[in-house]
Design a protein around this ligand. Structure first.
Ligand SMILES: *[C@@H]1O[C@H](CO)[C@@H](O)[C@H](O)[C@H]1NC(C)=O
Ligand SMILES: *[C@@H]1O[C@H](CO)[C@@H](O)[C@H](O)[C@H]1NC(C)=O
Ligand SMILES: *[C@@H]1O[C@H](CO)[C@@H](O)[C@H](O)[C@H]1NC(C)=O
Ligand SMILES: *[C@@H]1O[C@H](CO)[C@@H](O)[C@H](O)[C@H]1NC(C)=O
Ligand SMILES: *[C@@H]1O[C@H](CO)[C@@H](O)[C@H](O)[C@H]1NC(C)=O
Ligand SMILES: *[C@@H]1O[C@H](CO)[C@@H](O)[C@H](O)[C@H]1NC(C)=O
Ligand SMILES: *[C@@H]1O[C@H](CO)[C@@H](O)[C@H](O)[C@H]1NC(C)=O
Ligand SMILES: *[C@@H]1O[C@H](CO)[C@@H](O)[C@H](O)[C@H]1NC(C)=O
Ligand SMILES: *[C@@H]1O[C@H](CO)[C@@H](O)[C@H](O)[C@H]1NC(C)=O
Length: 592
């Protein structure tokens, strides 16, 4: 029952999948939000005519590694993952030490100047006090060739006690950084002159106090028609989020607020797309303006949004000398004519949002000598030897070496240098099925391997095989015979169901019947995940272990990752787990 229904739904819905943007390039386009479904918050995008008329976007990544994904497009419809700004440990070693799951990379600003890509952002250690300068590690990366991971420089640090920093070059060539801070005597948008190569900054001065909303963020400056336009977000990154603007004839102000602020927000609406804010503006080859913004598919109830803050796009009309008008964000959009379809983009990553559900499905078989796909992600830096594709004797598997720490690690805050063995992809569809086959013979108490819906160390839902004493006690003290158990357990700030634990049935444990266990999680509707398990070979024996509400992973700044993990839960084990046949099958995308 479990599987046939899922497969049928997937086939039927795959045929009626959403259409991509209309192709005519002299008439207005139709397109669909989100353009980057899943955990892609705080978008920053540019149009670079000098690099083959390509659009590039960067996203926040928090503790995910590789961090700061870059997507590229030539037609505003097909966006390819071309790499990550943060792709080597030595670029920013401090990411290994962040405390709290809301820490890490916040709000990058991507810009192109002097034939160079510049990426300015803040690595936040969210555990420290707001006014503690060590909480805010402001950093500059640059690259000549964003398609080449090695081209991205190591971080250059600069001093600013705040976040969401962006570079801007004035007409005299001088570089400035604009950033935000929001405590004690704020909120403020501040600016200083900067040497982007050394990180030396001049004196910070307040250039705008916003319109009175809390937590100003994501300031961006645009020079247009003799004005400096300052765009920011206010109201906090929940349902009150909004985009506001001010302008000045002088880069350093005073900035005059627009009388019709906010320019973009879905606050106080019934839209399925909420939290619209943190926008960036760019124009295309015709000089037509567009904006990207983050948004959450939750409706105003704001209860079920496991994919978190995603990237949406909208058309902007910006006549000469006037203020811009943004089209409100919804699932189906009408906008300026788009460039003709052009999918020929360098880079090896997948397209982030293929036009049909069937072209979005994924089946990874881990063949020998193939690197892991670019879109797979870890939480902080991985220990590379913990992830081996097709190890000797186990072709077409991914071998995970367990970490001492489990997915919660140290009180959900910290993980330290030994890290967590986790590899995952983003949930990108409202309804989906994710399954993988596990071959695992644990030997020591506490050894565990399985699948997870992971939002943060404090919010994850796991279904695994774990070695426990037969009497079901959760530690060594039980004294019963050690046997592998199936275990579902959840960790969240909201109530989660009690763990479900039962011995792996005799007939499922390898041996002559062969094969591993299939572990599956699927989103069966807008509010629930269903976890199931069964022997690979005998589909009829598969059973549902848990139905659990997704509000457990609807929280905070990030979006859910679907992946696999291996841990000793602090014990003495070292038994590896072999995973194969990783399948992500989109079933439906909700847009309203
Ligand atoms: C991480 O933060 C927690 C609570 O905020 C604190 O108890 C712990 O000492 C911190 N750990 C490190 C390594 O900074
Ligand atoms: C940042 O501030 C610290 C302490 O005030 C100082 O030692 C350091 O040189 C400054 N860094 C830069 C790049 O100005
Ligand atoms: C911002 O507000 C502060 C008071 O909190 C005030 O001193 C400052 O002049 C204001 N700055 C601007 C640019 O409005
Ligand atoms: C812009 O403002 C700065 C700081 O107030 C001032 O020094 C400068 O003269 C102004 N520039 C123009 C062109 O008004
Ligand atoms: C939403 O409504 C509240 C209450 O009326 C109001 O204070 C707030 O400004 C509104 N927000 C927006 C963005 O319109
Ligand atoms: C085309 O889209 C732009 C941007 O949304 C809008 O301003 C314009 O009115 C539209 N034109 C037509 C003919 O619908
Ligand atoms: C979603 O699925 C869960 C689990 O099967 C079920 O309890 C719940 O009623 C469903 N919700 C809706 C709106 O269908
Ligand atoms: C996860 O790890 C922590 C710290 O090592 C430990 O306290 C906790 O019991 C572990 N969880 C399970 C389910 O073993
Ligand atoms: C790990 O091994 C040591 C030494 O054999 C033993 O004392 C300890 O109890 C073991 N820990 C666990 C969690 O099994």
């Amino acid at each position: 029952m479990f599987y046939p229904i899922m497969l049928l739904a997937s086939v039927v819905l795959g045929l009626s999948a959403c259409v991509s943007a209309s192709r005519g390039h002299d008439q207005n386009s139709t397109f669909y939000n989100p353009i980057f479904p899943g955990f892609y918050p705080d978008p920053s995008c540019i149009y670079v005519p000098e690099r083959d008329h390509t659009f590039f976007c960067a996203s926040s990544s928090f503790n995910a590694f590789p961090g700061i994904p870059i997507h590229a497009s030539k037609d505003l419809q097909n966006w390819k993952l071309i790499g990550h700004v943060l792709n080597r440990r030595e670029q920013l070693p401090r990411l290994a030490e962040t405390n709290r799951s809301t820490s890490g990379i916040w709000a990058p600003a991507l810009r192109f100047h002097d034939d160079t890509f510049w990426l300015v952002t803040t690595m936040v250690d969210d555990d420290r006090a707001q006014e503690d300068s060590s909480r805010w590690d402001n950093i500059i990366f640059k690259a000549k060739d964003p398609y080449n991971p090695k081209s991205w420089s190591n971080a250059v640090h600069f001093n600013f006690t705040g976040y969401d920093t962006e570079p801007f070059w004035d007409e005299d060539g001088k570089a400035y950084i604009t950033g935000a801070h929001a405590w004690k005597v704020g909120p403020y948008i501040q600016q200083a002159e900067v040497n982007l190569d050394t990180g030396a900054v001049g004196e910070w001065r307040i250039i705008w106090n916003g319109t009175g909303g809390m937590a100003p963020e994501g300031p961006h400056i645009y020079r247009k028609d003799g004005w400096y336009y300052l765009l920011a977000a206010e109201g906090g990154t929940g349902v009150d989020h909004m985009v506001t603007m001010a302008r000045s004839k002088n880069l350093s102000g005073p900035y005059e607020s627009y009388s019709k602020n906010p320019v973009l927000s879905n606050a106080n609406t019934t839209s399925y797309f909420q939290t619209v804010g943190h926008a960036d503006l760019f124009h295309d080859h015709n000089g037509n303006w567009w904006a990207v913004a983050l948004s959450t598919r939750s409706g105003p109830e704001y209860l079920h949004y496991p994919m978190g803050r995603e990237t949406a796009m909208t058309a902007v009309s910006w006549p000469k000398g006037e203020w811009p008008t943004f089209t409100p964000i919804s699932g189906k959009m009408s906008g300026w004519p788009m460039p003709p379809e052009q999918k020929d983009i360098r880079g090896v990553g997948p397209f982030v949002n293929p036009p049909t559900l069937s072209s979005s499905s994924e089946h990874l078989t881990f063949p020998p000598y193939h690197p892991l796909p670019l879109h797979l992600t870890h939480w902080r830096f991985p220990i590379p030897t913990s992830y081996t594709v097709s190890p000797p004797g186990h072709p077409h598997t991914l071998r995970l070496t367990p970490s001492h720490l489990n997915l919660t690690a140290l009180n959900g805050n910290y993980a330290g240098p030994t890290g967590q063995t986790l590899i995952a992809r983003r949930q990108q569809h409202t309804l989906f099925a994710f399954q993988v086959t596990l071959d695992f013979d644990p030997a020591v108490v506490g050894e565990e391997a399985g699948v997870t819906v992971f939002l943060t160390q404090n919010h994850h839902l796991d279904l695994g095989v774990v070695m426990l004493p037969l009497d079901g006690a959760d530690g060594v003290e039980g004294g019963g015979e050690l046997v592998p158990h199936v275990r579902f357990r959840g960790e969240s700030y909201t109530a989660v169901p009690a763990p479900v634990v039962f011995p792996v049935p005799e007939g499922w444990r390898g041996g002559a019947s062969g094969g591993g266990l299939v572990l599956e999680v699927r989103a069966c509707n807008e509010s629930h995940f269903v976890f199931g398990v069964g022997p690979e070979e005998r589909r009829a024996e598969r059973r549902v272990v848990m139905e659990v509400g997704n509000e457990a992973v609807s929280w905070g700044f990030t979006g859910t990752l679907l992946g696999i993990y291996a841990t000793t839960n602090g014990g003495n084990g070292s038994t590896p787990a072999y995973f194969s046949d990783w399948k992500y099958t989109p079933i439906e995308q909700f847009r309203d």
